[in-house]
Design a protein. Sequence first.
Length: 324
Amino acid sequence: MELASAALSTTSGHLRPLNILRDLIAVADLVELCFASTMDADGHSFVEQMRQNARDSRFLKWAPGVIDSVSLPLSGFVWEDNGKIVGNVSLIPFRRDTRRVTLIANVATHPDYRRRGIGRQLTESALQRARRRSNEIWLHVRADNPTAIHIYQQLGFVERARRTQWVARPGDSRPNMPASPALKIRPRRPADWEHQRAWLEHAHPQEINWHTPSPDINTFGPQWWNNVYRALADISLRQWAVEHNDSLSGVLAAQETYGRRTPLWLALPPKPQPQAVTALLIYARQFLSHSQNLMLEYPVGAADEGILAAGFSPVRSLLWMKTT
């Protein structure tokens, strides 16, 4: 998320609500321009989808009636100067059980209009609207953007999590398995589930489960009804465990899909053994060598060394910040 310095100078133009019937293409162009250096395949897909939606008469007829009920960037504010959109902020609603959450996203200011306070004014307007609709307000900001982090802190946001998205692509080099007789990879056993579940709940806490694109972790359990559910839902799930000196040191679940990515769900103790993490991930890369990108999201911290040593590359590290 981009946010300019709060330093104000003479600012031309004005702030107004997003009009999805006519603004989507201009917003897509602005977001693409502002995030060009950090945008991944998902980001490019996102802006292209915005352009397609802007040209889809059926979407434009349907969207105004569901602005507050679907998790799409259909609401927000723009900054317009002489008919040109030079700033944007999106408000994306989420609902999980009784929680009503708003994600502030796509804060973008055209490079020629930065350091005029436009980004801050957009974010303040988004906050005012979100507070009328939500129990919780969140945003994501890159960990390498200290200026934006400082401004969000001034606006009352507090860091609640710091997470890295990792990827291993089919063409990436695959390191050799650590040569340690103390390490053993084996299939996940029913007896592992108690530890696996606790470790997964630590890595994917309830506080952020409104956004995390994950299945219910209980479906990873060894119970027969989970096997039936996965069979009926056509979910292909592989699970392995790693032992270090005969002690369980981690469990990995891989949900094979028909798309361009295979999500991995890593469950580790609070102080993971780096070689065990590396061995488990390299084993998965070998087994899933036919798959497309292997994707992993995990809290920043003690597991980083082991994940890097397995040949995974960081895509981005994001701070999850919250206010009310």
